[in-house]
Write a protein that binds this ligand. Structure first.
Ligand SMILES: *Cc1c(COP(=O)(O)O)cnc(C)c1O
Length: 436
């Protein structure tokens, strides 16, 4: 630039060189693209995907968070996307084509259920819903065109624990991979890949980011794709590319599925994460174990307190010995049972509404995994799209409330709930106390 360089040129180009310094925190590469040093460099990037060219296909901030998540999940690689919903849909679309069949748990997030029923079905992908806890149902649902199993590690609203090893074992007999949405458990509590799952997805908007400020999602692949066993199910991974080049399986071997998600599904469907959001997720992860440990301990204390209240007919928290999956949780979740669960009031919707509207420290909102404690009435919100019978099967009654317990001092949470319970009208029904 010289003195005669124009105003507009200078406003764009002056001081745009990268300063070389070594920030200790993860730098935010908020840029659409990256300079190429020469034509060989640009050709090499386009040919092999090495390095960084454009932020939809790769970004150093995003890459750092992906490597951290892959390590924590015990996976081969992680692909960060813009939301949990994007992670779920991209993972499914990387395996399923028109005419294919999916087996999914009935106990899944409503957004996922909606994507399956309203979107995948329209694309010619059929789904059989099964009770996640019934190994027989998983096995019976398999068809010759079944290409994936999908379930959540710990489900809303009953806190059902997925027997990851058993379900992935059933799929494995036919080369069918299990995709686990592990949002509720986080890699700190459970690493499904260690138990046989092939792909793990998360809503990073929840515990991973942890502070309710950004949305994000992640897909983690195990890097164990076996072309000899599963190749026939996925012609898009095993047939030569359009120009006659090697297939994904030939090029990447056991990493074929992960690379297909990274190269062919996510950048083309386009749910690119913002590097700024990736930074917040990366920063959140730095305190994941501390938060989840505290949240699990707080949740157990709150669940025990609720179970002792005469106004409460049931608490579906798997950390309580009374939960039908408590033994399974001890096996899969030795570090804690998470902090999202439901409880049901004898007083029905009126009592539930009173509690949700009366708490002051606990926030009445949708979302979970936040450092703040949150409460929601599922029957009129997250599960409003289900029939009454489906709601009851899922453990959602008019008097049911869902909580996501945060990191606050637990005594303050109990006092907050205590105030709300104590202000219930005197006529509020109570659980019948059976005296033996
Ligand atoms: C929130 C959530 C999602 C969707 O994630 P978003 O980040 O909101 O798109 C998927 N699965 C589960 C279990 C969730 O709780």
């Amino acid at each position: 630039m010289t003195e005669s360089t124009g105003f507009t040129t200078r406003q764009v180009h002056i001081a745009d060189e990268t300063v070389s310094a070594e920030p200790r925190a993860l730098p935010i590469y908020l840029t659409a693209g990256f300079r190429f040093t020469d034509v060989e460099h640009s050709a090499d990037h386009f040919g092999t995907g090495a390095g960084f060219g454009y932020s939809r296909t790769g970004n150093p901030t995003v890459d750092a968070v992906e490597r951290r998540l892959a390590s924590l999940e015990g996976g081969d690689q992680a692909i960060l996307v813009a939301s949990g919903q994007a992670a779920v849909v991209c993972a499914l679309l990387s395996l399923l084509s028109s005419g294919d069949h999916l087996v999914a748990a009935t106990q899944i997030y409503e957004g996922t259920r909606g994507a399956i029923i309203h979107n995948l079905e329209r694309l010619g992908i059929e789904t059989t819903f099964v009770d996640a806890t019934s190994i027989d149902e998983w096995r019976a649902a398999i068809r010759p065109n079944t290409k994936a199993f999908f379930a959540e590690s710990l489900s809303n609203a009953r806190n059902d624990v997925l027997d990851v090893a058993a379900v992935s074992g059933i799929g494995d007999e036919r080369g069918i991979p299990l995709i686990v949405d592990s949002t509720f458990t986080t890699p700190y509590l459970l690493r499904p890949i260690e138990h046989g799952a092939a792909v793990v997805v998360h809503s990073a908007s929840k515990f991973l980011a942890g502070q309710g400020s950004v949305l994000g999602g992640v897909i983690v692949d195990d890097g164990r794709f076996d072309a000899a066993k599963s190749g026939h199910l996925y012609p898009h991974l095993t047939t030569a590319d359009r120009l006659g080049g090697p297939s994904y399986a030939e090029k990447y071997g056991r990493r074929a599925r992960g690379q297909y998600i990274r190269e062919s599904v996510v950048p083309r469907l386009g749910p690119t994460p913002s590097p700024l959001n990736a930074f917040f997720i990366g920063q959140g992860i730095e305190t994941l174990s501390l938060r989840v440990e505290r949240q699990s301990a707080n949740a157990l204390a709150v669940a025990e307190w609720l179970a002792a209240r005469p106004e409460v007919v049931g608490v579906d928290y798997v950390g309580l010995p009374s939960h039908p999956h408590h033994a399974l949780a001890e096996r899969y979740l030795p570090r804690g049972s998470g902090s999202v669960f439901t409880f049901t009031l004898a007083g029905g919707k009126a009592a539930a509404s009173h509690i949700a509207e009366s708490v002051e420290i606990i926030t009445h909102m949708t979302h979970l995994g936040d450092v703040r404690s949150l409460i929601l009435h599922p029957a009129s919100t997250s599960h409003a799209g289900r029939t009454e019978a489906e709601r009851e099967e899922a453990g959602v009654f008019p008097g049911t409330l869902r909580v996501s317990i945060g990191i606050e001092d637990v005594d303050d949470l109990l006092r907050d709930l205590g105030r709300a319970f104590d202000s219930l009208p005197a006529s509020t029904p109570q659980r019948e106390v059976v005296v033996l």
